[in-house]
Design a protein around this ligand. Structure first.
Ligand code: ATP
Ligand code: MG
Length: 249
């Protein structure tokens, strides 16, 4: 359905199912967490991973979250992306209230609207870098020239053109991290959640990766949340939040 001039998966060229969505407005787009609390474990070992969190990230806004280890940053991304249901509160993504959906509906909404870059890159062992990027389009029957062009463009942008045919075990940790980033950008998700995207990268590669993230966020109107410890790359963010003991400020 896409033409070569249309980037595959770009939200300007929505698939048929998207037509049922409410029109995107500043109010309905992006990411919104309202009074979200997440308690993990129970009894004496219960941990309040998220404590009455409020967060609003507009389409096209690049947000960074910093904070000590164990403060709840990955938990925040898991709940924002519908991987984990909060104990209480509301999560809204691209106008869809994730917390009101069944598990099955939430999985579908996640696939459609959300991109993740995990702390561990989660690549599929049997696929090459290029195949990792093309897999979602392949599954959805949208593997066309535009999808291939977008994949090659992103592989080039993260400096992996010479590794496009390599499988994860043939890549360094930093190369795997860059492949994971390229894969998440492939579908131009409405909301992009990125956990420590530069932990395995040197300074030059970190700066490049963050420049790419910022550029894609602004160009494609993505609501991006990036967890980082790297003070150098925080400067690229439009807004920086701090997480301490499950509280966001
Ligand atoms: N399944 C679980 N059961 C109980 N507590 C958990 C569970 N998973 C995480 N926690 C706790 O929740 C808190 C938040 O963890 P989280 O992974 O969100 O931290 P983080 O800020 O991402 O840390 P890091 O910077 O080390 O990745 C921590 O105290 C952690 O020990
Ligand atoms: Mg974490």
């Amino acid at each position: 359905m896409t033409t070569p001039s249309t980037a595959a998966g770009h939200r300007a060229a929505p698939d048929a199912a998207d037509a049922a969505d409410a029109p995107e407005t500043a109010d309905s787009g992006g990411l919104r967490l309202l009074d979200v609390t997440l308690t993990l474990g129970d009894g004496d070992t219960a941990v309040t991973a998220l404590d009455h969190v409020e967060l609003a990230v507009a389409p096209g806004e690049f947000t960074a979250v910093v904070g000590p280890s164990g403060s709840g940053k990955s938990s925040l991304l898991a709940v924002a992306g519908g991987l984990q249901r909060p104990t209480s509160g509301t999560v809204r993504v691209a106008g869809t209230e994730l917390t009101a959906l069944s598990d099955k509906e939430r999985t579908a909404a996640r696939r459609r609207h959300i991109g993740f870059v995990f702390q561990q890159s989660n690549l599929l062992a049997s696929l090459t870098v290029r195949e990792q990027l093309l897999l979602p389009a392949h599954i959805d029957g949208r593997l066309d020239a535009a999808a291939r062009a977008r994949a090659d463009e992103l592989i080039e942008a993260v400096g992996l053109a010479h590794r496009a045919g390599s499988r994860p075990h043939q890549l360094s940790g930093g190369e795997r991290q860059r492949a994971g980033l390229a894969r998440a950008l492939m579908t131009s998700p409405a909301v992009l959640l990125v956990d420590e995207p530069t932990s395995a990268l040197d300074r030059v590669r970190s700066a490049e990766a963050v420049r790419l993230l910022a550029e894609q966020t602004h160009e494609r109107g993505t609501a991006t949340v990036m967890v980082t410890h790297d003070t150098a790359i925080m400067d690229a963010a439009d807004r920086v939040y701090e997480m301490v003991d499950g509280r966001l400020s």
